[in-house]
Design a protein around this ligand. Structure first.
Ligand SMILES: Cc1cc2nc3c(=O)[nH]c(=O)nc-3n(C[C@H](O)[C@H](O)[C@H](O)COP(=O)(O)O)c2cc1C
Length: 245
């Protein structure tokens, strides 16, 4: 359609990286592109920790549930929702500030995700592969301690960046009518569209694993909904000063 949409349509997460380093100048250009994302009320409620220390990279790989590519990629970034900086700025300007609102948690998390996705797109436009790492929320308190994150800052996800050493297939997405609805929410076709997508994903897994993975989208979702996912998050966020009211 156009080069940007073409590039977006070729996204796939990369988990094997060449030992080659991303030039610092390129990394900074990706982060600057990240900063260009829209941001709620211009609040820019995020900070990125570029984890350079190899011991810390290895520790984060463990804390994220054993994801070796965190240590192996060229650069690992931890994207943090940061309400500390903007709140303190308003306070220094004389505001009687209110902290800990759930809406502030949403604003900071959304800002962080939008910025990170711009970083991802910029990186991919330069032939760099990326993988988001939500696994850092397996142990968010330990991650926060390692990165010395203060109150009102929390690690949303990490991102591995590096030159790909694999060329995985693009993963299919749900059929458009399942997610794009006209005028109001209607789910009469959802079961049928999900069944169609399950068949697509089954074929994808069969091809990707040489016939070894007999699964589909709905099957893959089961563990997400049969156990409580990261039940520590509510108390962790409260401890960090988020979402108290
Ligand atoms: C917020 C977020 C967290 C993720 N966390 C992880 C992770 O911890 N480990 C991992 O290998 N992939 C992770 N992923 C990658 C997803 O598994 C991947 O994007 C999804 O399966 C779709 O595949 P694709 O990116 O290749 O299209 C994460 C993606 C997102 C958006």
């Amino acid at each position: 359609m156009n080069p940007i949409i073409d590039q977006l349509s070729r996204h796939r997460s990369i988990r094997k990286f060449q030992p080659r380093a991303i030039p610092r100048q390129s990394l900074e250009a990706f982060v600057r592109a990240g900063q260009c994302a829209a941001t709620s009320s211009h609040v820019q409620a995020y900070s990125i920790i570029h984890v350079v220390n190899p011991d810390n990279r290895a520790r984060l790989a463990e804390l994220a549930g054993g994801q070796p590519y965190i240590a192996e990629c060229s650069d690992f970034l931890v994207f943090c929702a940061d309400m500390k900086r903007p709140t303190e700025a308003a306070e220094r300007a004389g505001a009687d500030v209110v902290r800990g609102m759930t809406e502030q948690l949403l604003v900071a998390s959304i800002d962080t995700a939008l910025m990170a996705q711009n970083v991802a797109i910029a990186a991919e436009s330069e032939g760099v592969g990326i993988c988001y790492i939500g696994g850092i929320r397996n142990n968010p308190a330990e991650v926060s301690e390692l990165l010395r994150l203060p109150e009102h800052v929390y690690p949303v996800f990490g991102m591995c960046l590096g030159y790909p050493n694999q060329d995985p297939e693009v993963k299919p997405r749900l059929p458009l009518p399942a997610i794009l609805k006209e005028d109001y929410y209607q789910d009469t076709r959802d079961a049928e569209l999900v069944a169609e997508f399950d068949a697509t994903m089954h074929r994808y897994y069969q091809v990707r694993t040489g016939g070894n993975k007999d699964s589909n989208w709905s099957e893959q979702l089961k563990p997400l909904f049969t156990s409580k996912l990261r039940p520590h998050m509510q108390s962790f966020l409260r401890d960090r000063g988020f979402g108290k009211q």
